[in-house]
Design a protein around this ligand. Sequence first.
Ligand code: ADP
Length: 188
Amino acid sequence: MLNIVIFGAPGAGKGTQSERLVEKYHLTHISTGDLLRKEIADGTELGKRIKGIMDAGNLVGDDIVTEMIDNAIAKDDKGILFDGFPRNVAQAETLDKLLEKHGRKLTCMVSLDVPREELVRRMLERAKISGRSDDNETTIMNRLKEYEAKTLPVAAYYEKKGLHIKVNGYGTIDDIFSSIVNEIEKIK
Ligand code: ADP
């Protein structure tokens, strides 16, 4: 059973590549960003608590996403593509524990490498159509700052475990997808 983390800065193309990967490998797509946005859209208590945090481009509390991931793994029987999680080293440690608790192991973490200027360009482009309240220039800059300070160390965490696969995320969607598949086929 494959259990893969897709990793990269905001705007790196995780969502786009995730859609294709889950189809090809019949995985369950768990996007913490999507799950959190659903809470807001549904107007739940949790949604009300996290809206301001997400609109500012800050990370929501680890406890909140941990519970979501624990529930998602418990429900799944296909293998999971984790998108947007883990987003800091504490969450990476949590993921290890949760996978172990459910008798699973991480296959690899695929990280999409994209130059910063291109990330900003893509997000500003997406802002025109996404309707996401965090796709505006101020929040985009803060999301990149959060990424560099808190999320980037997660790559080193998996590098140490020999599970980090880096893929060039700058190019056509098809070419990037081929590179990812190529890497997964080598180890699966
Ligand atoms: P992007 O990676 O393009 O910024 P996401 O949809 O992955 O978009 O995340 C949007 C927002 O959701 C983040 O800025 C953050 O506030 C929140 N979020 C998503 N995943 C997590 C997580 N694992 N831990 C904390 N906050 C998260």
